[in-house]
Structure formats: structure tokens, C-alpha cells
Design a protein around this ligand. Structure first.
Ligand code: ATP
Ligand code: MG
Length: 244
């Protein structure tokens, strides 16, 4: 089982958007997928309640509320069949809470939005994370996603510089588009909105997925599409199930 955590102390930077997008991707690729929500607002789990029944299933796990008569570890148990757990986290996580969450993840993805205040706050957060990483990362990887950023802008270069300074990989840049809010409102991910309108966005996700698949083996064989064909996650690729 591989646990991917979307983490940033900053609110509104895209944690839930990224967590739900990833959960859709892995469920759609045939992985037994769970979405664990540590945010008391339960945005990810609420999104799951409106997910259409004909979409690949994603198991909901409430990590925020302690259920009476149930141990914490049982509450967070996702089942032996689960292959990928995507973990959404609340804003404002620092100190002991950050330590607790850090140790629950195999891979950490950090969404960053570009305002200067964000970047200053980010620097503190990343330093805290780096201290934990140095103390014992046990094979964990941390990657960064620049969210709602335009390439070649000052904001983009500022994020790039901060990531170089922090020695963290900047995996991709997601554009500002209402596709994400449309997906959130319909219980889907952008990979499940097959229109040409999301092709660009699915393309932006490719480096993140390839990076994640360095640790999570592909279930399906990727074949190039014939020119003119469309569909699939990348819009330019066809996935064909293979037996293992
Ligand atoms: N790339 C994007 N383009 C357009 N809108 C986006 C994008 N990413 C996120 N949003 C929107 O920004 C808002 C905040 O995003 P989201 O809820 O994912 O952030 P969050 O980090 O989970 O927030 P919180 O800290 O409150 O949990 C949402 O309305 C979401 O639809
Ligand atoms: Mg959220």
C-alpha cells in the first residue's frame, strides 16, 4: 500500500483539489483506492458523497473525528485490499500535528500558490518539514506542485527559486481553470471529464503521475494513441489492461 499525502500549512492552496484528482486517477487506473481526510471540514469526504455511482469507487476514511469505542489505528485502517491511500490534510498544520502526519505518508505533495505572503509562509513550513525529513525520512519523497500559476511570471520564478533553495523538485504547474471547481462540484476528477476542455490540464498532471509511478508500479501498459484519437488520462495516451 502506498500513501500519498497532500500537505501545506497554508489554507486554500489546492490540497483537496489535488487529493481528489489523484484519488480519481488511481481509482480509474484500477487501483483499490481510499481517500483519507484529516480535515475537520471533510471537503474530500463530502466530495465523495456526491460522486456518481458509475465512476470507479473510492473508499472514504474520516481521519479527523475520533469515533467512540474505536481505536485510532482501527479508525484509520484502510483494509488489506487497499493499494493507494490519498490523504487530504487541513490548513494550519504545524508542530506535533505535522510530525504525526509526516510519519503517516510515503510520499508528500505540497501545493503552492504564488502570492508573496504564501511564499514567506511556505519557507517556514518547508524548513519545518525539512527538519523532520533530516531526522528520518525512511525513503519518503517530497514533491511540489505550483498551483494556479502562469509560467514565466515573477511568481513562477519566485517559486522556482525557493524550490532550488530548499532542494525540492517542482513537479508541475497547474493553470487556474474552472475545470477544477466543476470537477469538485460534480464528484469527479478532471480525468473523468473527457472533454477537450481538460486535455491541457491532464497534460500538466503527467509529470506528477510519472513521478508517483516511480514508487507505485503501473497496473496498465501505456500505448501511444493513433493520431486523432483522444481520451485517457493524458489525452494522448491509451491505456490497455495487461495481465500480471
Ligand atoms: N488550479 C486551480 N484553478 C482554479 N481553481 C482552483 C485551482 N485549484 C484550486 N482551486 C479552487 O480553489 C479553492 C481552494 O482549493 P482547495 O479547496 O483545493 O484548497 P485547500 O488547500 O484544500 O483549502 P483548505 O485549506 O481550506 O482545505 C477551491 O474553490 C478550488 O476549486
Ligand atoms: Mg481542503
Amino acid at each position: 500500500m502506498h500513501k500519498i499525502m497532500v500537505l501545506n500549512a497554508k489554507g486554500g492552496c489546492g490540497k483537496t483539489t489535488i487529493a481528489t484528482t489523484l484519488a480519481c486517477y488511481f481509482a480509474g487506473q484500477g487501483y483499490n483506492t481510499a481517500l483519507m481526510d484529516f480535515d475537520p471540514q471533510q471537503s474530500s469526504n463530502r466530495w465523495l458523497t456526491i460522486r456518481p455511482a458509475d465512476q470507479p469507487p473510492i473508499k472514504a476514511i474520516d481521519g479527523a473525528r475520533q469515533r467512540a469505542g474505536v481505536t485510532r489505528s482501527w479508525q484509520l485502517y484502510s483494509g488489506t485490499e487497499t493499494e493507494v491511500v490519498v490523504i487530504d490534510t487541513p490548513a494550519g498544520v504545524t508542530g506535533g500535528k505535522l510530525v504525526d502526519l509526516f510519519h503517516r505518508a510515503d510520499t508528500i505533495l505540497i501545493p503552492i500558490m504564488p502570492s508573496i505572503i504564501d511564499l514567506q509562509a511556505m519557507e517556514y513550513f518547508l524548513q519545518e518539514l525539512r527538519r523532520l525529513f533530516k531526522q528520518g525520512h525512511q525513503g519518503k519523497r517530497i514533491g511540489v506542485i505550483a498551483n494556479r500559476v502562469r509560467l514565466k511570471t515573477r511568481s513562477y520564478h519566485a517559486i522556482q527559486a525557493l524550490m532550488e533553495q530548499m532542494d525540492l523538485p517542482l513537479l508541475t504547474t497547474l493553470r487556474d481553470t474552472q475545470n477544477y471547481s466543476l470537477a469538485m462540484e460534480s464528484g469527479r476528477g478532471i480525468c473523468e471529464m473527457r472533454s477537450g476542455g481538460t486535455a491541457k490540464d491532464r497534460k500538466h498532471w503527467e509529470p506528477v503521475l510519472e513521478w508517483l509511478h516511480q514508487e507505485i508500479p503501473y497496473k496498465q501498459e501505456h500505448l501511444a494513441l493513433e493520431p486523432g484519437e483522444s481520451g485517457g488520462w493524458a489525452g494522448e495516451r491509451l491505456v490497455k489492461a495487461v495481465s500480471h
